[in-house]
Design a protein around this ligand. Sequence first.
Ligand code: DC
Length: 222
Amino acid sequence: MKKITIAIDGYSSCGKSTMAKELAHRLGYVYVDTGAMYRSVTLFALREHLFDAEDTLDADRLSALLPQVRIDFRLNPETGHADACLNGENVEQKIRGLEVSSRVSIVAAQPFVREMLVRQQQAMGEGKGIVMDGRDIGTVVLPNASAEVRAERRYKELQAKGQPADYESILKNVQDRDYMDSHREVSPLRQADDAIVLDNSHLTIAQQDAWLMDRVREKLAE
Ligand code: DC
């Protein structure tokens, strides 16, 4: 059967990991919790005493030490889910504590950290059959539509509206914006161009899972 990569982006604690895990389980796909990777680097930084009393991060030191950080996921037979491991140690519980949670945003804002983790996430995504959740998965890690495809869509849209359209300048604009968006200091959450948005404010978990399975079936049938 055809396999795809599925990106689920959203704010903290909005239910995306519950959804992503359930989906991966149902499809027999691998679930990758990218937040756990930023959390693991934060735990590493804490252990190396890279935060001072005011919680300022010694970014230069972290950058120098980063090659020593190895993050992988290992299946926990008890839960059936993959646990985050930092240099071989299972840190799944430790990275969920307040010590890490209150500092992870500082670490996740470091461009050199994002660069390393995004590279690893892209390698994981190459194999397909992956459900990945985070903030920038659909936009930076595994963007689906190429700049050319998006420029083409925009071009046709403008043409259909009878507005002047020049494909080359639209493409350049799409590429320039992609560059700026992915190279700004902090990589905030933004919606992927081809994202399907679910407002789960008034849905039960079962309802949101059913909604998601319908979207996946549609994609697989394409
Ligand atoms: O999803 P989470 O709460 O475990 O994420 C932990 C932190 O990592 C959160 O501050 C946002 C950040 N993060 C990110 O910047 N990019 C991702 N792809 C995943 C998480």
